[in-house]
Design a protein around this ligand. Structure first.
Ligand code: PLP
Length: 403
């Protein structure tokens, strides 16, 4: 007998491009940290859509605001002003301690926008000769999937077969200050950095590195662009991951959780001397800064201003890391707050598959790392429940591979 989920999995397999290797589970409902599949089985979400669902599924405050806005106005384009726009950009700029916001939709668009900003700033403010600007990024980076962004990815799956590539990027090892210093020259307009590399395995840079990058950028007149799309908005126990080193970048890129898990909302946030380079017609997006996005984004900002999500992530995250440190079958644990990468030293996929059978959904990244990133509304009891199952999954899959 074919189950509903088997039928739906077949449809997906037959009619969608195979750009993902999802776990074979078909979700139809969600609330808080819990997902329910089409057969009525419940799972604890330990991925939170790569941090896009930081505030929990169907967060009552966010869905109420979204529903209210749905009945008023959802889209006018930037050709007209609407009443949600001004308050949203004011509040988001204030959260970041900056002057201006340029709203977009996906994280990749936010990164593209930041790169265009840096180049334009480089030519018009810094005085870089036309066509010569370079941006420095890091090995192991993940900033999205556009042709320009994958041009400086060193992940063959993300990069290969998509050329010709956009020039103007240099890669240095993540955490290597001397290599970074050597790569900067008079035509460098920006250093683009993830404060913690999410897709690479939740890699935290050496202590003091972000601060050193900040100082180098200031010394050399280069913009520090901080991609907080996955690391930001409470995930690490602070509003921004760069806050852990008291670093304020020139440019923040935000995304994922900014849309409250409801819709894509991204933004570039910077001071007037940087974002002020744009004149009408020089950049844009039909959906960027739409009324629904602004209404949700403004509520997200209001929630973050209260600080409870950050505190909960810091407190429960400390407990999570303490527990993970003593887990058998794990070679290393990285991350911060309610965000962890477990290096297993063996394929992580069988562990995530076993976890699924046990009612916990988590996903491997780069073969041997299991990533844990629950919605920040998870309770200690729920976390304990997940950790019990994680321990069982690690033991079983370890036995299965004979190690
Ligand atoms: C997910 C991610 C992006 C891209 O966001 P999309 O919304 O998937 O385009 C960019 N930067 C980082 C650090 C990310 O984790």
């Amino acid at each position: 007998m074919t189950t509903t989920s088997a039928r739906l999995l077949e449809l997906s397999d037959a009619h969608s491009a195979h750009t993902y290797h999802p776990l074979p589970v078909v979700i139809s409902r969600a609330e808080g940290v819990w997902l329910t599949d089409v057969e009525g089985r419940r799972y604890l979400d330990m991925l939170a859509a790569y941090s896009a669902v930081n505030f929990g599924h169907a967060n009552p405050r966010l869905t109420a605001r979204a529903k209210e806005q749905l009945d008023r106005v959802t889209l006018v384009s930037r050709a007209f002003e609407h009443d949600q726009f001004g308050p949203f950009v004011r509040d988001l700029a204030a959260l970041c301690g900056k002057d201006m916001v340029l709203p977009m939709n996906s994280g990749a668009e936010g990164v593209e926008t930041a790169l265009k900003t840096a180049r334009k700033w480089g030519y018009e403010v810094k005085g870089v000769p036309p066509g010569k600007a370079n941006v420095i990024a890091f090995r192991g980076n993940f900033h999205g999937r556009t042709t320009t962004i994958i041009s400086f990815s060193d992940d063959p799956d993300a990069h290969d077969s998509y050329g010709p590539y956009t020039p103007g990027f240099r890669l240095v090892p993540y955490g290597d200050l001397e290599a970074l210093r050597a790569a900067v020259d008079g035509a460098t307009v920006a250093v683009l950095i993830e404060p913690i590399q999410g897709e690479a395995g939740v890699n935290v840079p050496p202590s003091g590195f972000l601060r050193a990058v900040r100082e180098l950028c200031t010394e050399t007149g280069v913009l520090m662009i901080d991609d907080e799309v996955q690391a930001g908005l409470g995930r690490t126990g602070r509003t921004f991951a760069a806050d852990h080193e008291d670093v304020v970048p020139d440019v923040y890129i935000l995304g994922k959780a900014l849309g409250g898990g409801i819709m894509p909302v991204s933004a570039v946030v910077a001071d007037r001397d940087v974002l002020g380079v744009f004149e009408p017609g020089q950049h844009g997006s039909t959906f960027g800064g739409n009324p629904l996005a602004c209404a949700i984004g403004r509520e997200v900002v209001a929630m973050l201003r209260e600080g409870a999500y950050q505190r909960h992530s810091a407190e429960l995250g400390a407990y999570l890391h303490e527990r993970l440190g003593s887990l058998p079958g794990v070679e290393g644990v990285s991350g911060r707050g309610l965000w962890a990468g477990l290096s297993l030293g063996r394929a992580a996929r069988p562990v995530s598959e076993r976890l699924m059978e046990l009612g916990v959904l988590a996903k491997e990244t780069h073969e041997t790392v299991l990533r844990l990133a629950p919605p920040l509304v998870i309770t200690r009891e729920e976390l304990d429940w997940a950790l019990e199952r994680l321990e069982a999954a690690l033991a079983v899959s370890q036995g299965a591979t004979g190690r």
